[in-house]
Design a protein around this ligand. Structure first.
Ligand code: ADP
Ligand code: MG
Length: 395
């Protein structure tokens, strides 16, 4: 990448302030972590820094406390899991700035790990308050940003602090920006984009960017309904974003004029209600019965998409093909995930739900890259500059 990384720093005797993204999910109503992927993802950086003799001051946000302490969003359980995964003691301080944090940070020996309290307990974090950023900076000698998943936010711990310390990328940040950057800049072709998820409006930027860059675009998920409407089909009770029908029409025209080949579902699975156990059936995409809702792509579409994807050398996938949380509407997403897992192409999974689906299917290891940054990966793919990346030092 064009930014300096942890490999460009002499660490002996230095303390690193490492922004990580430990915005984990918990079993509802408990402090039991249900998915620790985001901790595992920063272990290479943590390991590297420890081996190089740095002391580590880790900070992260968790959830959406509104600028004040919030029971249930404290980082105790996260510190414990981090300790299990690193096999090292992790000190946890109930503060992110101030005397206590400072004393503990200064007492760190090479290889020691200190986890600060949830940075969003402080109003200065989301306000990107310079004073709060300076207080964080005072805890260390060098700032490391390994929180790709938070890099689209200009907050004190993701952007502000980089103005007060030498600032470099962590290894996860480097991997994320390299893998996603390759899709936009130097993909092995054919490049295919598989786009789905809830809404066209969430994916407008990615659609517009990829229609001129990709060789093929496959559309599934809830957003397919708006495309089908743009083709003039009736889509029953499926959500149509009326204000995006024109955009879908425009994307189809651009595709026709030398842009990517656009592949829409030819059949869909429809249901009377988006609930487990509700009646469902497969119908041609232009024959959705009134009162029924599209819940997934159909078997003919699954087969066609997989067949066409076989040619691709690079596949970027953002957005599930159906309501995968509610079986049997997970079939399209599962079939696609399995096909990509078995593919020789470079396979890149972006999008929070898509990554969750792939992880839950146990297929993450068989993809080239599963992004840890839902919203950040989307913004990156639509070509936006991420403030957390921009603030790091150029190589
Ligand atoms: P990602 O997080 O991977 O970018 P999105 O956030 O855009 O994906 O969309 C994920 C959501 O889209 C899922 O909760 C899924 O249930 C929903 N979804 C997929 N297909 C449909 C559909 N046909 N109708 C309604 N919602 C859908
Ligand atoms: Mg999402």
């Amino acid at each position: 990448m064009s930014k300096k990384t942890v490999k460009d720093v002499q660490w002996a005797g230095k303390r690193a302030l490492v922004r990580v993204d430990f915005n984990l999910t918990f079993k509802p109503g408990t402090t039991t972590i249900s998915d620790d992927t985001r901790i595992r993802a920063v272990l290479p950086t943590v390991q590297h820094l420890r081996e190089q003799g740095a002391g580590l001051v880790l900070c992260t946000h968790l959830g959406r406390p509104s600028g004040g302490p919030s029971p249930g969003l404290e980082l105790g359980p996260v510190a414990e899991r981090l300790s299990e995964l690193t096999g090292a003691p992790v000190q946890y301080v109930h503060d992110a700035v101030g005397e206590l944090a400072r004393t503990q940070a200064e007492a760190l020996r090479p290889g020691d790990i200190l986890l600060l309290e949830n940075v969003r307990f402080y109003p200065g974090e989301e306000a990107n308050d310079p004073e709060f950023a300076q207080a964080l900076a005072a805890l260390a000698h060098v700032y490391v940003n390994d929180a790709f998943g938070a890099a689209h936010r200009a907050h004190a711990s993701t952007e502000g602090v980089a103005h007060y310390l030498p600032a470099v990328a962590g290894l996860l940040m480097e991997q994320e920006t390299t893998m996603l950057g390759r899709v936009l800049e130097t993909p092995q072709r054919p490049l295919a984009a598989v786009l789905g998820g809830a809404k066209v409006s969430d994916k407008t930027g990615v659609l517009s960017r990829l229609v001129d860059r990709a060789d093929d675009i496959f559309i599934g998920g809830g957003m397919a309904a708006t495309f089908l409407r743009a083709k003039g089909h009736d889509v029953g009770s499926s959500l149509v974003e009326e204000d995006r029908v024109a955009l879908c029409g425009d994307i189809m025209r651009r595709a026709g004029r030398g842009g990517a080949a656009l592949h829409l579902p030819t059949d869909v699975m429809v249901t009377e209600r988006l609930e487990a156990g509700a009646r469902s059936k497969t119908v041609p995409a232009d024959q959705v019965p009134s009162g029924w809702t599209i819940a997934d792509i159909g078997p003919r579409t699954i087969a066609a998409f997989i067949h066409e994807l076989d040619r691709a050398q690079t596949v970027v996938w953002n957005g599930p093909m159906g309501v995968f949380e509610v079986p049997p509407f997970d079939r399209g997403t599962q079939a696609l995930a399995e096909a990509l897992a078995g593919s020789d192409a470079v396979t890149i999974i972006g999008g929070g739900s898509t990554a969750d689906a792939v992880i839950h299917l146990g297929l993450a290891d068989r993809m080239s890259h599963v992004s840890t940054g839902g919203g950040a990966s989307l913004e990156f793919l639509q070509g936006d500059v991420l403030p957390g990346v921009a603030a790091l030092e150029d190589r």
